[in-house]
Design a protein around this ligand. Structure first.
Ligand SMILES: C[S@@+](CC[C@H](N)C(=O)[O-])C[C@H]1O[C@@H](n2cnc3c(N)ncnc32)[C@H](O)[C@@H]1O
Ligand code: SF4
Ligand code: SF4
Length: 388
């Protein structure tokens, strides 16, 4: 099996959607990031959605703590099934499990064969009793931890009592145990965003979570979104300081160790452009984002900004919004040709897919390259391939 965290290979594994896109068709999205809730019960200082829900953002135009209503959420799921969307990531915005209708939506998509993953802080799984629904329907669930000790976890996340480290740990253990009982149906992992405030606990994190029956312990370089510290990424000196600690974590974790290495390479090797060589953001055209406010956004990084919305589910169905190609092209023209990506977060989520799809686009007439790609597509055995 090839690594789960390899966006280039995942683009190749989804060539059946990528090639129609490059040939001017309008394929259904492969993966949709859905925010069931913009509200969050935590307040992580480094949160990539800081401008949407953190208390200090309350005067911003983007501040919005909507929780998607049942009717909108279920209609959205019906559109996904009808359109043959391959996968959904439940994420945020805020904390997905705040939405009381999430359980029903997961069961519905599961019944209809849509693959699902979820990013969660995990502290509310017991509130809506999500354990069984998750194990029966998801491909994976990743708990965001971002600390190695109770004290730092509770302080970095500004967690309330009873929705804190202890609750996260007990919910994680309960999910792991139910999953085991049911024959390890889903992949349960943990994640750690490396920031100047958290990197000191990478080793504690590795030591603590290697003991649990998680599939992987991921380390993920922080992305400084454009709304924080002017969107300036951490410098090379910081990553040089972090590198030996990462190496140590690798030793501790063995095959549970996982990292988004490509981001580190861009951070170190290209501090000006971070590898943004592409002229079009084609990755977003197979992996859009639906906000809890009902808007269909170009991508998760631009969620909350109405100028990057293809339309609202209050006015149309997801299908109609997606099929209005002319309007979508107008929004993308603005991002690519007018703004020249100036409002785009560096190292944004579809960044790596963008690089790969751009490479394919540049080589469409290169017979040897394309033959090689098709061969790789045909023999691809990548796990969770829909989760680009
Ligand atoms: C914004 S959260 C929303 C879902 C849920 N509340 C959670 O924390 O998992 C989605 C993912 O983004 C990650 N994340 C948050 N801030 C980040 C940052 N500045 N850089 C990189 N990843 C970040 C979280 O660790 C999580 O995996
Ligand atoms: S739990 Fe998730 S959404 Fe909430 S503040 Fe932390 S990273 Fe952001
Ligand atoms: S932030 Fe990234 S994914 Fe979003 S539009 Fe810009 S380049 Fe595309």
């Amino acid at each position: 099996m090839t690594s789960v965290f390899n966006p280039r290979n995942k683009i190749i594994a989804n060539l059946d959607s990528v090639l129609p896109l490059l040939r001017g068709k309008n394929p259904s999205p492969v993966l949709i990031e859905v925010d069931p809730s913009n509200a969050c019960n935590h307040g992580c200082y480094f949160c990539i959605s800081s401008y949407i829900h953190l208390p200090e953002s309350k005067d911003l135009e983007t501040f919005d703590r909507s929780v998607m209503k049942r009717d909108m959420l279920m209609k959205l799921c019906e559109s996904f099934v009808k359109m043959g969307v391959k996968a959904v990531n439940w994420t945020g915005g805020g904390e997905p499990t705040i939405n009381p209708h999430l359980k029903e939506a997961i069961a519905y998509l599961g019944q209809h064969g849509v693959k699902m993953g979820m990013f969660t802080n995990g502290t509310l799984l017991d509130k809506h009793d999500l354990f069984e629904t998750l194990v029966d329907n998801m491909s994976w669930v990743r708990f965001s931890i971002d600390a190695g000790t109770e004290k730092t976890y509770n302080s970095v996340r500004r967690s309330r009592p009873n929705q804190d480290w202890n609750k996260m740990m007990s919910n994680l253990k309960r999910l792991i145990s139910l999953n085991k009982e049911k024959g390890n149906k889903i992949d349960i992992g943990v994640g750690f965003v490396i920031t100047p405030d958290t990197y000191g606990e990478i080793i504690d994190y590795a030591n603590t979570f290697k003991e649990l029956d998680v599939k992987y312990c991921q380390l993920k370089p922080e992305i400084v979104n454009i709304e924080r510290e002017d969107g300036v990424q951490r410098n090379v000196e910081f990553w040089e300081k972090v590198q030996p600690v990462i190496e140590q974590a690798k030793q501790i974790l063995g095959d549970k160790f996982a990292i988004n290495e490509y981001k580190l390479e861009d951070l170190k090797n290209d501090p000006d452009f971070f590898g943004r060589v592409y002229k079009k953001c084609l990755g977003s055209q197979i992996q859009p984002c639906v906000g809890a406010d009902g808007h269909v956004y170009v991508c998760p990084n631009l969620r909350g900004y109405k100028q990057y919305s293809y339309g609202s589910l209050k006015d149309s169905t997801f299908e109609d919004i997606w099929n209005n190609v002319q309007f979508r092209e107008k929004i993308m023209y603005n991002i690519e040709e007018v703004e020249c990506f100036s409002n785009c977060t560096q190292l944004c989520k579809p960044h790596e897919s963008n690089k790969m799809i751009w490479e394919v686009r540049e080589n469409l007439d290169n017979e040897a390259y394309m033959n090689g790609l098709v061969k790789q597509f045909e023999s691809s055995d990548i796990e969770h391939k829909e989760f680009i």
